[in-house]
Every structure is written in C-alpha cells, then in structure tokens.
Design a protein around this ligand. Sequence first.
Ligand SMILES: *[C@@H]1O[C@H](CO)[C@@H](O)[C@H](O)[C@H]1NC(C)=O
Ligand SMILES: *[C@@H]1O[C@H](CO)[C@@H](O)[C@H](O)[C@H]1NC(C)=O
Length: 193
Amino acid sequence: MMSSMIKLTAMLLAGQAVSAATIPSGAVSSSLTPRAAQVCYSGETAVLTCYTAPDNTPQGVTVADVSYVAAYLRSYGKQTKAGRMFTMNAADTPECAEWTLYTRNTVTALAKHISPPGVNSSVLFEDIANTIDGGASATDKQKQAALIGCLTDGGSLGVAYNTTNPAYSTAAYKAAGYVPDGILIKIVNSAGA
Ligand SMILES: *[C@@H]1O[C@H](CO)[C@@H](O)[C@H](O)[C@H]1NC(C)=O
Ligand SMILES: *[C@@H]1O[C@H](CO)[C@@H](O)[C@H](O)[C@H]1NC(C)=O
C-alpha cells in the first residue's frame, strides 16, 4: 500500500513554474509520485462517502489537519490571479491513479482520476479546497456536505466545481479539451497513504 510503483513524468517534477498540471510545490516529497496503482472501478463515485465503520475503515484523522490541508490548497490556488488548476490527464493517470495533493500531520489528501478512459480533467485548487472544507467561510450545512463533515473518519467526494468561475470557460481550457468532472478527493490517514 505504501509503495509508489510508478514514477511520474518529469512534468510533475517541474515545480511551481508550470501553470497547469502542477502539484503544490514545496509540499511533501510524496506529492511528486502517484500512489501505487489502485483498483480502478471499485465502485467509488463522486457522492460523499465517509469512511465510517462498519462498512468502511475510519481513518482516525484530526479535523484541524483536514482544515489545514484545505486552507493550504486554497491559498496555493489563489497565488495566481486566474487561479491555479490541478489537472489529471488520462495519459498520466492509468488505472485511475491516485496522486497525493498534500500531507499535514495525520491527513493526506489524495486526488483520484475516475473519468472514463481518454478524458482529461482539470479543476481549480480552490474548488478542491471547497470540496474538502465546504468553503473558506462555510456554514455548518456546507461543512456537513464536504469532506470535513466526515470528521475524524475521512472519506471521498468528487470535486464540486464552481460552474460560474471563468477559469472553466477560457479558450485555453476548452482548447485543451478539459472537463471539470472526474476528480475524486480522498481524505485518508497519512500513515497509511
Ligand atoms: C464562483 O465563482 C464566481 C466567479 O469567480 C465567484 O464570484 C463566486 O464567489 C464563486 N463561488 C464560490 C462558492 O466559490
Ligand atoms: C488529453 O490530453 C492528451 C495530452 O496529454 C491529448 O493528446 C488528448 O487529445 C486529450 N484528450 C482529450 C479528449 O482532449
């Protein structure tokens, strides 16, 4: 489970200068490699699933760490005016690969590409952050609908993207054939990631 069987492309190692397809730089070294190949169609969907017993394995994460990871990714995403995007190209994500987005103490946030074969998905880091914590100033209801609503159990949820953000309708986004669907965020215990 801990091994990273596939080394990712040089693209990922290029760091902060790369506009698209960038993982937060200066994060953790594990952010530069995908996790071991995962079960591709294991029934994971975009619907919020908390890893709650007895059906799932509670991750024993700390809610403060979940908050921290979301805040970090939001801040990283907002470092450019248009908003940084996280891209999962089909060619780089065989077998529904999972990539580490960021790790903070007990928490690792993963992104899993669950789109149909051949589809390239790209979303704002800000929307990934919102998927995790419900928004920068989320109401209790918004938190409950986000991954942080799973509290210490962790869970998975498809990125809820902001359809009105112009980032999703730029000529460059369309020309690249990106879609905002197909990226699942998972909050797991960093010890097992
Ligand atoms: C969605 O994007 C629009 C345009 O950038 C912005 O005004 C709005 O606040 C965003 N909504 C959320 C929930 O982030
Ligand atoms: C996905 O991206 C690859 C390049 O990484 C490109 O060759 C391919 O045409 C793209 N697919 C779509 C559906 O746009």
